[in-house]
Design a binder for this molecule. Structure first.
Ligand SMILES: [Zn+2]
Ligand SMILES: [Zn+2]
Length: 286
């Protein structure tokens, strides 16, 4: 199982010189289970993934949405493979949404907010409403999910493939002194956890001179480590970086996390992880 990170920011893209190392695109992660293509979310990072996929046509893939906040869907209309006949995508979104995933993506491509309508997409698209308890099986992989604590809801996903597993859990706030039970179970003994570590504790509690971020739906590296330790996770990737965090700030978060959980690193655009390898690859800062 190979994981590639195309967008690692949360909330809003952050393109400037200070954040260029870690990358400024919002959430998009590619997972390959042998020949099968799985994509988590279509933040702005999916545009670059689409450019790469043009060399692999025709494409058949699965897109799983954690949820539909803007930073997780806004790259969808810029994902070129969607416009090309012969490609096929299965798209999965939560049934807990008041609006089905197809309708949310359609609304995003409606004038005057966007000039190109959804009906111009040439690929075959199959939409699926899913909920915790469901098991989605591909030809060689299995996906399970758990609800996360986040405004308007969010899902964490686990992929099992060839004796390995990963968990993608972004947009997830911890609860004071209490581990999220569903997520903890999903993460049990997984090889690799990708977790929302948007804030430092100083930011989360408002000790940085700004307002507290409690209730905003995001977590800290400290809680990422707690979850990794409690669920006996092998490797941890800190994800959904705040747009205000420049490369030096993310470097410090990674160093602090490694003091407590050495097998951790901060996600960056272009990071590729082969889950079958025993160790994480070098980080941006190694
Ligand atoms: Zn987000
Ligand atoms: Zn969100």
């Amino acid at each position: 199982m190979i994981i590639r990170f195309w967008g690692v920011r949360g909330s809003a893209p952050s393109g400037n010189r200070g954040t260029a190392g870690v990358g400024g695109n919002t959430t998009c992660v590619e997972v390959r289970c042998g020949d099968e293509l799985i994509i988590f979310d279509s933040g702005t990072g999916i545009r670059n993934l689409g450019m790469k996929l043009l060399g692999e046509m025709p494409i058949k893939g699965h897109i799983f949405y954690s949820h539909v906040h803007r930073d997780h869907i806004q790259g969808f209309p810029f994902f070129t493979p969607l416009y090309i006949p012969g490609n096929e995508f299965d798209i999965y979104g939560g049934t807990s949404l008041p609006t089905p995933i197809e309708e949310v993506l359609n609304q995003q491509m409606t004038p005057p907010c966007f000039p190109v309508k959804m009906d111009t997409l040439g690929a075959k698209i199959n939409y699926h409403g899913i909920k915790p308890g469901n098991v989605i099986e591909g030809e060689n992989f299995k996906v399970t999910l758990a609800p996360l604590y986040h405004p308007n809801g969010s899902y964490g996903y686990r992929i099992d493939y060839d004796g390995r597993s990963i968990v993608f859990a972004t947009d997830c706030e911890h609860r004071e002194g209490k581990l999220c039970e569903g997520l903890s179970k999903l993460c049990e003994n997984t090889d690799l956890l990708i977790y929302d570590a948007q804030y430092t504790e100083a930011e989360y509690y408002g000790k940085d001179g700004q307002m507290p971020r409690i209730g905003w739906g995001h977590s800290t590296w400290n809680e990422a480590v707690k979850m990794a330790e409690a669920a006996k996770v092998d490797r941890l990737i800190l994800f959904h970086h705040d747009p205000s965090h420049n490369d030096d700030f993310v470097k410090k978060i990674e160093a602090d996390a490694r003091e407590v959980f050495p097998r951790s690193m901060a996600a960056f655009e272009g990071l590729e992880v082969d889950v079958s390898q025993p160790d994480l690859p070098p980080s941006m800062f190694d």
